[in-house]
Design a protein. Structure first.
Length: 217
C-alpha cells in the first residue's frame, strides 16, 4: 500500500497538473518527499515556467498524497514513517513530453489528438533491509482533441527508466489511458507506478526518467 510511504502534508494542489517530489532541478523540503516546483495555480507569479512545460507538484498536492498514501487526502495519523532515500527530481525523456496523432500529414488541421504529461511526483524510501531504494512514481496527463479528433479512449505507452551512467536498474512501460467524453475537448489520466527499485549502493548517483513513447489512437 502507498500508505506506508506517508507523511502529513499541507500544501494544496492543481488537479490538472501532475507532480510531487519530482525530477527537475530545484526544489526543497524533506529528503525523499514531494518538493518540486508548485503546480500552475500555486506557483509564485514570478516563478519561471519549467523548460519542458511539465509542472512539479508541491507537498500536500493531490498527486503527492496519492503517491504517498494511496489516497488524494493524507490520513490523520501516519505511523512508522520510513527512512527517506536520495530522491532525484524526475526528468522527461527527450521528446517524451507529448505525442500527437494525425489524420494524414502532420499539420495542425489534421491533428486528431495530443496526449501529454502535465505533472509528476515521486517518493523514495529505503527498504527495510537497507539494500535498496524503493521508488513510487506518479504521472498525470491529458488528452486533447484536435480539429480531426472525436470522443473516445486514448492510449499511449509511458516509459519509466531508473539508471545512472553505467547501469539501468528499471526500464518499464505502463499504459496511460484518457477518455474524452462526448461534447468534451479533453480528458485526463493518472498513473501511479510502485515497486521501482535501485540498489542502495548507488547513493544519490541515479536518475529517474519518464516519457510518452508512442500513441494508441
Amino acid at each position: 500500500m502507498l500508505a506506508q510511504f506517508g507523511r502529513i502534508t499541507t500544501v494544496a494542489f492543481v488537479v490538472s497538473a501532475l507532480a510531487a517530489c519530482t525530477a527537475m532541478p530545484g526544489g526543497s523540503g524533506s529528503p525523499g518527499a514531494d518538493n518540486g516546483a508548485g503546480s500552475v495555480a500555486g506557483a509564485a507569479a514570478d516563478a519561471p515556467p519549467p523548460a519542458d512545460g511539465v509542472t512539479r507538484a508541491r507537498e500536500g498536492s493531490r498527486l503527492s498524497n496519492l503517491v504517498r498514501f494511496g489516497s488524494t487526502t493524507a490520513p490523520e495519523i501516519i505511523p512508522d514513517i520510513p527512512e527517506f532515500a536520495p530522491c532525484p527530481q524526475v526528468d522527461i525523456i527527450t521528446g517524451g513530453a507529448a505525442i500527437r496523432n494525425y489524420a494524414g500529414s502532420a499539420s495542425n488541421q489534421n491533428l486528431r489528438s495530443q496526449i501529454s504529461i502535465a505533472n509528476l511526483a515521486r517518493e523514495c524510501v529505503v527498504s527495510r533491509d537497507g539494500e535498496t531504494f524503493n521508488i513510487t512514481l506518479g504521472v498525470e496527463g491529458r488528452a486533447l482533441l484536435g480539429p480531426r479528433g472525436g470522443p473516445g479512449r486514448f492510449n499511449a505507452p509511458l516509459r519509466i527508466v531508473l539508471r545512472n551512467n553505467t547501469e539501468t536498474f528499471e526500464d518499464r512501460r505502463v499504459q496511460a489511458s484518457a477518455t474524452v467524453e462526448s461534447g468534451a475537448s479533453s480528458g485526463s489520466f493518472t498513473v501511479v507506478e510502485e515497486n521501482l527499485t535501485v540498489p542502495a549502493r548507488v547513493g544519490s548517483n541515479y536518475i529517474i526518467e519518464v516519457g510518452l513513447v508512442s500513441g494508441g489512437r
